[in-house]
Design a protein around this ligand. Structure first.
Ligand code: ATP
Length: 655
């Protein structure tokens, strides 16, 4: 609160903000481990932008969060380490071999760039970089390759073309204008690895707080009580995060926050068909006993947990249907047949909607038998004649004809969903199979209920489902984007038989294989992610479940700039593999159980003060193409699973 947004800024009112304003904040935030202090540094940075050059706020939010567009736009920078090194070579006049030597020593391309720049003598000081120019250059760089996520493979074949040269020229131009630590953070931004702890969950509340602080500061509102100020501070910063969850578009949320100022609230913004909301997520339950205790005397429903791919299906006002994956990527082109089915079965009164569903590979010739998730992954993009047929199982509705339905209880949302599809067709479009348990039946003492649910669970397994989803129908039964809440629980076979859940982990390193596996990588070192500390924390070594073809594929994937010279500071583990990998992909891993480990660092401090959690007897199941590394299992998930395992052992020992 002592910060004076105008006086402490390094540029004048009405002028465009210099990039160095952001970079100085990045540098202080990087060295700060306390979340509150880091948040207040970001908040001060935004306060100056809001006071002196509000047009730079939106580009600054993008730069802080290492994004150049909303997730659903499928726009990525897609610049490889070799292009960055080549640009550095040209901008700083440092040879590749010197750079490689520096990289081996420092392990971070941003630090290498900084060192190159320091050793370079400049005759004429470069004109200062501006926040808006850096951002627009990044967007231009992206346009040079039209690098949508879907085109990545295609683009890698295109390297060396004119577009690469144009990209490089733009990067070199930016690099030549860098001052102080600008080049370090520019390079990190280019390699999509800013790592200053400024994820959206921190940046958006920081901006919300900045808006409130400036507003109170501007009015010199002496009468405003401390409590009113605090209330607004907390209220606006929470509202902006919530607004982003239902409308994940900075282009809409940031200007709206700036416009509404301290009056910004959760009701300021509404969902927009075409912009996917963050999906609701489930917590783990170990079995029927476990969740009935939670739902004691409350009505709930059990649905099949289908083994397919999450699909958020939108109908837009112009009649188009768009489909989005679990992490908000658009997948419409993979499912043209699904688009047709939705159009065919939706009631004529439907003008707009957003539905939640699971798309599952199905064998229509074999009595619509459901097939595994792996079958679905083999489906060719855009091909209606694809061998793999799919059925969509709808289970929720969040928006209908302009009305937001998130706050309605599931029972009511379901009623609305039933109106959208008065008819269904097996093997094409179905409602998720379910049973409803009334409030009066939901009790541990009710043997009939226990039998009914156990039979349903068994039936789900028999139908090739992963298990069941258990959802509250009336009490706390709203649709909560991003939240893993107690109103959605998942029960899988593994929870009943062995380890609570499969884990989604990221390979962060590997050893050289021996014997038959000589020349390949084996084992791989796997990690979970801790969003609080922004670290990948090791969980286990995995060496079983892989095919030979997979080993060969991994040898090709992890080569060149995907191999790091040394362990990055944001990898935490007691292991020392032969090589470290960049965090690229997510694999589903199944193990026997979880155990406290002196070597692995997963959930460090959450279960034991100085030890992590490890998974015993891990085995590779499949690639999780629908998740990016930061969306793998979190440290908190693993701690929760460990506690669930302990609870289960206690239940067993009681019996
Ligand atoms: P998992 O790896 O277990 O699928 P996840 O992290 O992708 O987990 P969770 O929220 O833990 O997601 O589990 C719910 C997932 O189960 C949804 O993302 C969805 O893809 C799938 N699913 C299948 N059937 C249903 C259903 N009836 N209701 C909700 N989700 C379902």
């Amino acid at each position: 609160e002592k910060y004076k947004p105008k006086e402490h800024a390094c540029w004048r009112d009405g002028q465009p903000a210099p990039y160095i304003h952001l970079v100085r904040t990045f540098a202080s935030v990087e060295g700060e481990r306390g979340k509150i202090k880091a948040m207040s540094m970001l908040c001060n940075m935004f306060r100056s932008l809001l006071a002196l050059s509000p047009e730079d706020v939106l580009p600054a939010v993008y730069l802080c969060t290492n994004k150049i567009a909303a997730d659903h736009e499928n726009i990525e920078l897609n610049i490889g380490g070799s292009l960055i090194s080549s640009a550095l070579e040209e901008a700083c006049g440092i040879s590749r071999s010197t750079m490689r030597e520096m990289y081996n020593r420092l392990g971070d391309l941003g630090d290498v760039a900084q060192l190159c720049r320091q050793t370079q003598k400049l005759l004429v000081p470069p004109p200062p970089l501006l926040v808006r120019d850096v951002f627009s250059s990044l967007r231009k760089i992206r346009q040079q390759g039209n690098s949508s996520k879907l085109l990545i493979v295609f683009l890698s074949v295109q390297s060396g073309t004119g577009s690469t040269r144009q990209k490089k020229n733009l990067i070199v131009k930016l690099m030549r204008s860098c001052r102080e630590k600008e080049i370090k953070f520019l390079v990190r931004t280019l390699s999509r690895n800013l790592r200053i702890g400024a994820v959206l969950r921190t940046v958006l509340p920081a901006l919300g707080r900045a808006v409130v602080m400036n507003s109170f500061w501007n009015c010199h509102n002496k009468e405003a009580s401390e409590s009113c100020f605090r209330e607004k501070l907390e209220g606006v910063s929470a509202a902006v995060v919530e607004a982003y969850n239902i409308l994940p578009s900075l282009d809409v949320v940031v200007p709206s926050l700036m416009d509404k100022d301290i009056e910004f609230s959760t009701s300021t913004l509404s969902m927009i068909p075409g912009v996917p909301i963050k999906p609701m997520l489930a917590k783990i339950a170990n079995g029927v006993q476990d969740f009935i205790k939670l739902f004691q005397d409350e009505a709930f429903t059990c649905e099949y947990k289908y083994d397919g791919q999450r699909a958020q299906i939108h109908l837009l006002l112009d009649g188009t249907v768009r489909i989005f994956s679990r992490n908000g990527d658009e997948t419409t082109s993979r499912f043209p047949d699904l688009v047709d089915v939705i159009k065919q079965f939706a009631c004529p009164a439907a003008e707009t909607f957003m539905l939640d569903a699971e798309v599952v590979a199905t064998d229509r010739k074999n009595d619509n038998k459901l097939m595994s998730f792996q079958e679905l992954s083999t489906r060719e993009r855009g091909s209606k004649d694809a061998l793999v047929e799919v059925c969509v199982f709808v289970f929720d509705i969040m928006f209908f004809n302009g009305e937001q339905l998130l706050a309605l209880p599931l029972r009511e949302r379901r009623r609305r969903l039933n109106e959208v599809f008065p008819e269904t067709r097996p093997g094409f479009l179905e409602y998720a199979k379910e049973i409803t348990v009334g409030a009066e039946e939901a009790s541990l003492n009710n043997q009939d209920t226990l039998c009914r649910i156990n039979a349903f669970l068994e039936e789900a397994f028999q139908s090739s489902c992963e298990g069941i989803m258990v959802k509250s129908l009336d009490v706390d039964a709203g649709y909560c984007p991003t939240k893993r809440s107690d109103s959605w629980l998942k029960v899988k076979r593994d929870y009943v038989d062995g380890l609570g859940d499969t884990l989604d982990l990221v390979p962060i390193g590997a050893w050289h294989g021996n014997g038959r596996k000589a020349g390949w990588y084996s084992p791989f070192l796997m990690a979970c992610y801790n969003p609080e500390t922004e670290e990948f924390q090791s969980v286990c070594r995995v060496m079983s479940g892989f095919s030979d073809a997979f080993y060969i594929e991994m040898k090709e994937l992890y080569s060149g700039d995907k191999i790091l010279a040394k362990k990055p500071p944001y990898y935490r583990t007691g292991e020392t593999p032969d090589m470290w990998f960049t965090a690229e992909v997510v694999w589903e891993i199944r193990g026997a159980d979880l155990t406290v480990s002196p070597v692995h660092s997963a959930a460090l401090g959450l279960v034991h003060p100085s030890r992590g959690i490890s998974v015993r007897f891990p085995r590779f199941i499949c690639k999780r193409m629908d998740k990016i590394p930061e969306e793998c299992s979190t440290a908190a998930d693993i701690a929760e699973m460990f506690h669930a395992q302990t609870r289960k052992m206690n239940i067993k020992s009681q019996h």
